[in-house]
Design a protein around this ligand. Structure first.
Ligand code: COA
Length: 166
């Protein structure tokens, strides 16, 4: 595992598509997501100032990534909690899931982060169990997705944080 750089932009973009198309019964495809405004919002110009990412490699090839990006109240991500809390995205290439790569990436970004972290997980995505086990707590709903927050240090208090109304 190593920090992501601008040279990883294409792979981070690929992982964004993996996250957006997480549901095998509702795959929209790369072209759809590249044209969707969320693509620019989540991965455009990676790494922008204050973006952070980690890439997992196997035999020299990238196989998974996690990244964080700050959003604003004016232009929030799906898992937005506050301007001070970056939202993460995570994905592992098909065929290598369920081997511990995603958990290792999640643990690593938690360890590297000096802030709380948030994320959005759509209903039905089994990844929610992974997030719960790694200390994320449910703090809100947006559409058909749950917003989760991981306090730095792993505390379970949500004091001070109010998720935006769905
Ligand atoms: C979610 C994801 C990043 C997890 O990475 P992973 O390497 O498959 O997960 P790990 O092997 O480290 O850990 C598996 C844990 O994650 C959960 N999990 C979530 N999705 C899973 C999947 N497709 N296959 C296996 N486990 C999955 C399970 O709770 C599992 O816990 P367990 O090991 O105690 O059974 C990966 O499965 C993935 O890329 N999925 C598609 C994209 C996606 O859903 N991204 C998250 C959007 S919010």
């Amino acid at each position: 595992m190593r920090p992501a750089t601008a040279a990883d932009r294409a792979f981070i973009e690929q992982v964004y598509v993996i996250t957006a198309d997480w549901n095998p019964e509702n795959v929209k495809g790369e072209a759809f997501w590249r044209a969707d405004s969320s693509f620019e919002q989540y991965v455009g110009g990676f790494p922008r100032a204050r973006d952070y990412g980690l890439v997992a490699e196997r035999n020299g090839d990238p196989v998974g990534a996690v990244w964080s990006r700050y959003f604003t109240t004016a232009d929030p991500g799906y898992g937005f909690v506050s301007d001070d809390i970056p939202e993460i995205g995570i994905g592992v290439v098909a065929g290598l899931r369920g081997e511990g790569i995603g958990r290792a990436l999640l643990k690593a970004i938690i360890a590297a982060s000096r802030t709380d972290l948030s994320l959005s997980v759509e209903d039905g995505n089994p990844a929610i169990d992974l997030y719960r086990r790694e200390g994320f707590i449910e703090v809100g709903r947006v559409g058909e997705a749950t917003t989760m927050l991981r306090r730095r240090g792993g505390g379970r208090s949500t004091a001070g944080y109010v998720a935006p109304a769905p």
